[in-house]
Design a binder for this molecule. Sequence first.
Ligand SMILES: C[S@@+](CC[C@H](N)C(=O)[O-])C[C@H]1O[C@@H](n2cnc3c(N)ncnc32)[C@H](O)[C@@H]1O
Length: 377
Amino acid sequence: MPSSPSQTPLAAILAARIRERGPITFADYMAACLYHPEHGYYSRAESRRFADYYTSVDVHPIFGRLLARQLAEMWEGCGRPAKFAVVEAGAGVGRLAAHILDFAARALPEFYAALCYTAVEQSAARRAAQAAALSAHSAAGHGESSETLPAAIPVGCILSNELLDALPVHRVLRERGALREIYVGLNGDVFCEQVGPLSTSALDKYFAEQGIALLEGQQAEAGLAAAAWLEDAARRLGRGFLLTIDYGREARELYDERHLRGTLLAYTRHRAGEDFFAAPGEQDLTAHVNFTAFDLAAARAGCARAGLVSQFSFLLALGKANEFADLYDEGQTEAGHVRARLLLKTLIFSEGMGETFSVLIHTKDVANPSLTGLAPL
Ligand SMILES: C[S@@+](CC[C@H](N)C(=O)[O-])C[C@H]1O[C@@H](n2cnc3c(N)ncnc32)[C@H](O)[C@@H]1O
């Protein structure tokens, strides 16, 4: 469905740019929609957050508590260093950071003593909101906010939850046996798709190195930015882990005949649609991530895959050791316990988030780490 550029302030800016300089790649369009400094969907504070989407972090603190247990085990696997960095990228308002730090302080004191948590968030408005969530831990020297990844992370874990599916993607199409790119152009006053030559040879390389040949007429996304982000993050890590939580697939499933139009979706008010040009800057745009491409990117920076499991399997493996005792807060009533158990189901079972999301762990220079979250059930 076409959309008029006058719809939002960002639409007008993008339309002017296309009129002046010609069609732009979908990746440039998506980058502006999500990250334009003034009008980008993720540049603003979280005012519309629950109106459009929520993540596992918002369901119940058990998600962060079980992650804290996994992180503590990673610290053990690195030989219990005196300082262990946990760098959470795309940390939003710091909700997950607070859940992890609060739980570590309460239940994992030795790990907490070593823990240096950095919540990395590009949006200044969201970073400002982190101050309240992290204040006690910042004062104790265990937590800080940052706009960018630290230059070097000697030993630790780089963690992200639903960051990489929110990075811009290029869109391509196989036409007469060759890859072509889908650009964003203008038809009069209306945004439209325009097919043209590839904007970068990195697109051909991306598919070739994964052994992917699209079918004739098939459309697909290429997450060059997500792969580049992961490679850059992995290079900054001296020793330790990358823990990536997102919804996605291996390349062979992502680009198969069930995905002839790709996986890109626009979200507004919990409804998914394919009108990518509606209200630029006011709706979320997201595509499945490609775990195969992440392995190749991580390998270029000296990291190897330790495992890929569903969120269901990850949380169950970590929680079953103490029968999910971490679900409950001190002094909670029985009704509170029941509610907590119901929320856990949302996180774990397939009709909720359990089978939709996956957990991918890479290691760098850590011999045979024990990672309970990856253990078979
Ligand atoms: C979908 S939200 C997820 C937020 C949070 N992880 C959660 O689970 O609620 C993605 C977040 O990543 C941030 N982000 C995107 N690119 C980033 C980057 N390169 N560095 C840091 N933060 C980034 C966005 O501003 C946004 O807050």
